[in-house]
Design a protein around this ligand. Structure first.
Ligand SMILES: NC(=O)c1ccc[n+]([C@@H]2O[C@H](COP(=O)([O-])OP(=O)(O)OC[C@H]3O[C@@H](n4cnc5c(N)ncnc54)[C@H](O)[C@@H]3O)[C@@H](O)[C@H]2O)c1
Length: 258
């Protein structure tokens, strides 16, 4: 049985009820984990209100603003974890960003600024959050991030985000190698396309979903809950022998050549 009783889990990346992180948070809660949630603050406090209402049923014991581009916010997030929980067991990294311009058109046209911003938010943040989590994972731990096949193969319009996901998957392996001696595991779930706020910025996203439905062995797309279940497995002791891996939750699409 998947049992996360007594585990403290920080979940990043919930923007709304379609967010993959929301699917993951619900499964972690169902398995008994004590949940902490971060949200991306904005000037008008829109995300704060929306996310706090959404996550209320999970009764998070921490609810914190955390823009990964702001070192002070990252620091206060982990200071709050130290003060309130004393230790961290699970870190869910489910966030990414690329400008609309870098998710379509000619790949070679991306600007230095858009490229750097995307890699900083989508990839460096995993290193940054893992570094902050490491001293708090005193009893070992599990770090799970979210990837996509566009980091391994060319998917039209995924462009800069494909580079960010390739770097993310490599980051998973290097972090797993470093943190393994502390019994901290690091893995990624590579999900099939799911309609979310972030994915709506990708040109031709509808075609990506249709294609998976036609070609994947299961002849369908996947749900947020299926991704949440796989992530919860990677967060739990049921996967205690697994680290540095990319687990595909894509209805089998990745195995297909044609
Ligand atoms: N939706 C898909 O089809 C799909 C497929 C595979 C992988 N993924 C990955 O899943 C993850 C979650 O995306 P999603 O599809 O649930 O979309 P989403 O829009 O619900 O989540 C993206 C999150 O990133 C957060 N974010 C953006 N910039 C941030 C910053 N500077 N600091 C902190 N948080 C920031 C947003 O607030 C949002 O909560 C991403 O890594 C995405 O690439 C998505």
């Amino acid at each position: 049985m998947l049992d996360l009783t007594g585990k403290n889990a920080l979940v990043t990346g919930i923007a709304n009820n379609r967010s993959i992180a929301w699917g993951i948070a619900q499964q972690l809660h169902k398995a008994g984990a004590n949940i902490g949630v971060t949200y991306l603050p904005d000037d008008k406090g829109r995300f704060e209100k929306k996310v706090s209402e959404l996550v209320e049923p999970l009764q998070p014991s921490l609810f914190l603003p955390c823009n990964v581009q702001d070192d002070a916010q990252v620091q206060s997030t982990f200071d709050a974890i130290q003060a309130k929980w004393g230790k961290l067991d699970i870190l869910v990294h489910s966030l990414a960003f690329a400008s609309k311009d870098s998710l379509g058109g000619d790949f070679s046209s991306v600007s230095r600024q858009d490229f750097s911003q995307s890699l900083e938010i989508s990839t460096f943040s995993l290193i940054q959050l893992s570094h902050a989590a490491k001293p708090l994972m005193t009893e070992g731990g599990s770090i799970v991030t979210m990837s996509y096949l566009g980091g391994v193969r060319v998917v039209p319009n995924y462009n800069t985000m494909g580079v960010a996901k390739a770097a993310l998957e490599t980051t998973v392996r290097y972090l797993a190698s470093e943190l393994g001696s502390q019994n901290i595991r690091v893995n990624a779930v590579s999900a099939a396309p799911i309609r979310t706020l972030a994915s709506s910025a990708i040109g031709g996203f509808h075609d990506m979903m249709n294609h998976v439905e036609q070609v994947a062995p299961l002849r369908r797309n996947v749900t947020q809950t299926e991704v949440g279940n796989a992530a919860a497995f990677l967060c739990s002791d049921l996967s205690s022998g697994i680290t540095g891996q990319i687990l595909y939750v894509d209805a089998g699409y990745e195995i297909m050549g044609m």
